[in-house]
Write a protein that binds this ligand. Sequence first.
Ligand SMILES: Cc1cc2nc3c(=O)[nH]c(=O)nc-3n(C[C@H](O)[C@H](O)[C@H](O)COP(=O)(O)O)c2cc1C
Length: 396
Amino acid sequence: MKLLNFIGATVFGSATLIGYGIYDGNEKVYSNLLIPIIHKTMDGERAHNLAIFMAKYGLVPRERKFENEQILNIRVFDKKFKNPIGCAAGFDKNAEAIDGLFKIGFGFVEIGTVTPLSQEGNPKPRVFRLSEDRAVINRYGFNGQGHDEVLKRVDQFWKNRKIDEKILGVNIGKNKLQQDALSDYLTGLKLFANKCDYITINISSPNTPGLRSLQNRKELENLIDPVEFYHLLLEMRNKLDKKIPLVIKIAPDLTDEEMKDIAQVALRKNKQIDGLIVSNTTISRPDFLKSELKKESGGLSGRPLKTISTEALKKMFKLTEGKIILIGVGGVESGNDALEKIKSGASLIQLYTSMVFEGPIIVNKIKKELIELLNKEGYSNVSEAIGANVYHKNSK
Ligand SMILES: Cc1cc2nc3c(=O)[nH]c(=O)nc-3n(C[C@H](O)[C@H](O)[C@H](O)COP(=O)(O)O)c2cc1C
């Protein structure tokens, strides 16, 4: 009996300590305990489901307060963002954990990609951790519950939102079997426009056949000319009561020509796109990858994507002459990485894969480091650093 009591007390004590470690955002609880156990015992998709479960029920580290944290406040799309660090699309595909993600300290959350109808996505396994490379390959293929289910949750969040600093983006896509891509995007746009702060048109997932061709004017498989596609989307957006900011998410694998085309469309007078997200995952496989899993097909994210996506970001900043809001994504795992994206032209940044390897405490860590760096370099606000490393026509 005594032994049972002792075991019970030990289990309870450990659980309490771990629970407190989670709540308090103790780095060691994540790096020495939770992440190694999860990575040993669960494949990528199970671990992802667990992370969503924990965020949904608030079992996440709380946001820390930092001295001079207002240095991270930034106005974008005419909204105040508490900080420029966002949760990238694909993590909370079905809008189940929005509140939990804000609790961690993200300045904005992008849910989705959401498709009109629910769909299974590709066969499992479809998410792979390349631990030696601090990378992930995924070929989920827009698995998700579809517009109706997701809308219910987004609606709930939107109604209960007390602080309008909780900036919500909805990332929309098309169903695999839908031939008429435009129609799926228009449906998503109309449905979510009144219930979020911006909408992302995801035309850059490598896991839906033909989708990426919407970035390329010359692709034969296109049923619609991409320029016409953007034109019709913007026309629809301009007809809506609320002028919801429209953002296009692009791949990091575009040629210079394709980037130029997109920049041109983005800059067109009267029908301007509000922002570009640079970038989605890459289909390339850099030579330096060590993991055997690099052979898996799908989109590569995380550390090996960092330089590729930052180079694309710089190019886009130059091409759009600093006139379009850019959101920098790909391999951000430190304050330094975040600042590099910002100096390369990003007004906001997002992350996903670094959470896989470091857990949700990464958000507090990046904020702390970014504040320190900005202070050290003499900036009084993060917005002053945007594009600092890139020459463009409008550079002062
Ligand atoms: C498992 C996984 C699923 C993803 N799903 C989506 C998605 O549904 N829609 C989307 O636009 N991007 C998706 N992405 C891409 C991310 O939003 C992000 O652009 C990319 O991973 C680069 O950022 P990172 O290196 O910080 O992960 C996904 C990424 C991962 C790792």
